[in-house]
Write a protein that binds this ligand. Structure first.
Ligand code: APR
Length: 279
């Protein structure tokens, strides 16, 4: 393990444009269950997953009914607002502060990367603490709109004050398009990066799981040196590092260069300590 920590720290310090991709495994040490791990929400309650697959269709058919159900049932995660970042989130924030991580793209909706100090963040599946207009993509903190008041006055769904569009939670449901602004920026980052640090994700949900494959294969073409020899050379491959409790398809397919198997909350702080020693 120690050699892997040193290797990852070396790769990070020598990167030009490193990005991080994260999933629910980042937040289990904050007491928020993941989905497909041994105690995952979908692992323990397949019905909840089947219901989640129907949520967006219900919203499109009946946004008022969708909101009334939303506001009168507890979410599968309980009270996310009081959740606290763990050592893994803080370590990711420190790698950004050290000027190494340029962007963090997370599938997590719990807001813990922001609480852990990350600033340049793309919330690929949105955030449960925010609302979003489905037309103009305006976003608000959830408490900015009195949803309970609208429900009591029979005035749901909330309507966007900027464009008149229908507002929903910022979280992206199965089958719902990834908001264009986040989707475009994430693709850009996958193309720009020369190192991708993938933490706590099973990498089975698309289109997010495409990002590592884009980073791996973007350099499969040939680049030409500017000098007259015009000898084709393969540009250096992106270094893709996985930190996860178990191997994933990225490991099996050789998309990642290596997997550091274990807890993100333990491994990431050790990497940060080694990076500080190298810098
Ligand atoms: N440290 C490292 N890895 C962990 C930890 C931990 N402390 N805890 C769990 N893991 C691993 C699990 O073993 C699993 O491989 O993290 C991974 C989490 O995978 P999922 O539960 O599938 O979560 P994620 O990959 O984020 O799911 C993607 O699926 O249901 C949708 O929208 C939901 O964003 C979510 C998407």
């Amino acid at each position: 393990m120690e050699n892997m920590i040193k290797r990852a720290a070396h790769d990070l310090v020598n990167s030009r444009y490193a990005v991080a991709l994260t999933g629910a495994g980042m937040s289990t040490e904050s007491g928020i269950p993941d989905f497909r791990g041994p105690s995952g929400v979908w692992t323990k309650n397949p019905d909840a997953e089947r219901k989640a697959y129907r949520s967006y269709e219900f919203f499109l058919e009946n946004p008022k009914g969708w909101w009334e159900e939303r506001l009168t049932t507890t979410t599968i995660f309980g009270d996310l607002a009081s959740a606290q970042p763990n050592a893994g989130h803080i370590a990711i924030g420190n790698l950004e502060k050290a000027g190494i991580l340029k962007t963090v793209m997370t599938q997590n909706i719990d807001g813990l990367h922001e609480k852990g100090g990350t600033r340049n963040l793309l919330e690929y599946h949105g955030c449960a603490l925010k609302l979003r207009c489905t037309s103009c993509l305006s976003r608000w903190a959830r408490e900015a709109i009195d949803l309970e008041g609208l429900r009591k006055e029979n005035r749901l769904p909330p309507i966007c004050s900027n464009c008149g569009g229908i507002i929903k939670t910022d979280t992206v449901a199965f089958g719902e398009p990834i908001p264009e602004d986040v989707a475009e920026k994430s693709l850009e980052e996958a193309h720009k990066c020369d190192l991708m640090l993938i933490c706590g994700t099973s990498a089975v949900v698309y289109p997010f799981a495409n990002l590592p494959r884009i980073a791996r294969h973007k350099n499969s073409g040939l680049l030409y040196r500017s000098d007259t020899s015009r000898q084709p050379q393969k540009s250096p491959d992106t270094v893709i590092i996985e930190i996860n409790a178990e191997p994933t398809p990225l490991t099996a397919e050789g998309i990642s260069n290596y997997l550091i198997q274990g807890k993100t909350g333990e491994i990431l702080p050790m990497i940060v300590e080694e990076v500080k020693r190298l810098q």
